[in-house]
Write a protein that binds this ligand. Structure first.
Ligand SMILES: [Zn+2]
Ligand SMILES: [Zn+2]
Length: 102
């Protein structure tokens, strides 16, 4: 993983305060989140291309389709279904950036 810059750290705090962007947009609730990297964790600026996702929306697959998980394998997981169900990641990034004012 690429080392965090001061700007990355500042963004991280704002993302933590915002909580999962999917839970916020679709359920209108705050859920503690981790960071999903749209373009990996090694390139310059990669930590600025991040959106906050909760455990379920990021890594924990559903057995029933109650939610769509961005990662992992299975019937209710994966980037394509995630973007189809919610929004393209690029749009989620844009919305996130607007919400945190950056
Ligand atoms: Zn969520
Ligand atoms: Zn991720």
């Amino acid at each position: 993983m690429r080392a965090l810059t001061v700007a990355d750290e500042a963004r991280g705090v704002k993302l933590d305060d915002l909580g999962c962007i999917i839970c916020l947009l679709y359920l209108d609730i705050f859920t503690p989140s981790g960071k999903h990297h749209l373009e990996g964790q090694t390139k310059e600026g990669c930590h600025l291309l991040t959106i906050p996702l909760c455990g379920k929306h990021h890594q924990i697959p559903s057995n029933t389709g109650e939610w769509i998980c961005r990662h992992s394998a299975g019937k209710y997981s994966g980037k394509a279904l995630f973007e189809q169900t919610y929004r393209p990641e690029s749009e989620l990034l844009q919305i996130t950036n607007e919400m945190i004012g950056s």
